[in-house]
Design a protein around this ligand. Structure first.
Ligand SMILES: [Zn+2]
Length: 176
């Protein structure tokens, strides 16, 4: 395990960055808004040393712009997809997917009462119907919507994992 030395990199405003050699080439943003590039290892060694002990505390204080962007993006993606999971999960719970059994029994009882010629003309009426006119029962429509929502929830779950992964990656960048 290598412990890198902290160097004091001054900003034009008078503040200082504490940087390590592994940050060479990185662009840091000061509190004053100025961007400062961490010099190469050779130039870095000419900078005054910090008497602060290098450690996670010294390094976690400064985030690079990329790190911040990844963290924010991950957070936004995770929050939106969690909200989507909650919303569509709630919507799905309100859907009635049960096939109405009573209706079928009633229909069957009615069919049993038909004479053969009545049954035949009923069948002809159904047979001659345009396909576009066919009625989709509510429970079948609900099941279709339910499948769509299930797909959205799956995609949201994957996005949540990716978002959390982005947050974890941004946080991991603070360690060496
Ligand atoms: Zn500054």
């Amino acid at each position: 395990m290598t412990v890198s030395q902290l160097y004091r990199l001054p900003c034009d405003c008078g503040r200082e960055f504490l940087v390590t050699s592994i940050q060479a080439g990185e662009v840091l943003t000061c509190g004053c808004g100025r961007a400062r590039e961490v010099p190469t290892l050779r130039a870095l060694k000419k900078l005054p040393l910090s008497d602060l002990a290098p450690g996670p505390g010294a390094r976690t204080r400064r985030w690079t712009a990329l790190q911040g962007a990844i963290f924010n993006l991950g957070l936004v993606v995770a929050l939106i997809s969690l909200a989507a999971i909650a919303f569509f999960g709630w919507q799905r719970s309100k859907l009635d997917l049960r096939k109405p059994g009573l209706q079928d029994e009633e229909m069957l009882a009615r069919v049993m009462e038909l004479t053969p010629s009545q049954a035949w003309s009923a069948w002809v009426a159904v047979r001659d119907r345009e396909l576009a006119d066919r009625y989709t029962p509510a429970y079948l429509q609900a099941r279709r919507v339910d499948r769509k929502m299930a797909r959205i929830i799956w995609v949201s779950a994957i996005l949540t994992v990716l978002g959390l992964g982005g947050i974890a990656a941004a946080l991991a960048m603070n360690r060496d």
